[in-house]
Ligand binder design. Sequence first.
Ligand code: 5GP
Length: 175
Amino acid sequence: MLDHKQVQDYIRTIPNFPHDGIMFRDVTTLFQDPRGFRLAVDQLLAPFVGQRIDKVAGLEARGFILGGAVAHQLSKGFVPIRKAGKLPARTIAQDYELEYGRATVEIHDDAFSPGETVLLVDDLLATGGTAEAGIKLIERLGAEVMGTAFVVDLPDLGGRARLEAMGMSVHALCS
Ligand code: 5GP
């Protein structure tokens, strides 16, 4: 029998995680299903086939799983953007605002050469703060973000509008 499930059908919602009142979109059920995972990776990279991409960057942690698979499929290198203190060599850091407080992401300072073009991947776009910090890190190394790709966009939280206002193209599989 044909399976007509779409990417969003593999994602479950967990109420009150990690805090009361949050509806957490859990993509582990998408990742653990062989058809769901392939569908998501294939759809994430589809608009970028044939475009000039030198590297794929992924945001910790679920952006590593998706970005690694996208990079492999496109035969490109993969660059991790990590939470503070995790990368072993010399890094540059970027702070960003959270709902409560601030956070920092880092990248190795030799991850990109000036002029390289980068596809940025993560599982979910909410306020866009994490993605914006990642974009800034990539741009501070002289590389250019040619596109961003997410499995889920939560448009009410404004991330897409925020990234588009920076001139970014935003590709999302479901919202
Ligand atoms: P933002 O910075 O856009 O507000 O939040 C997006 C970041 O937080 C992404 O790295 C994403 O992995 C994580 N995130 C926030 N809410 C959720 C959620 O409901 N589900 C998942 N899977 N990740 C989330």
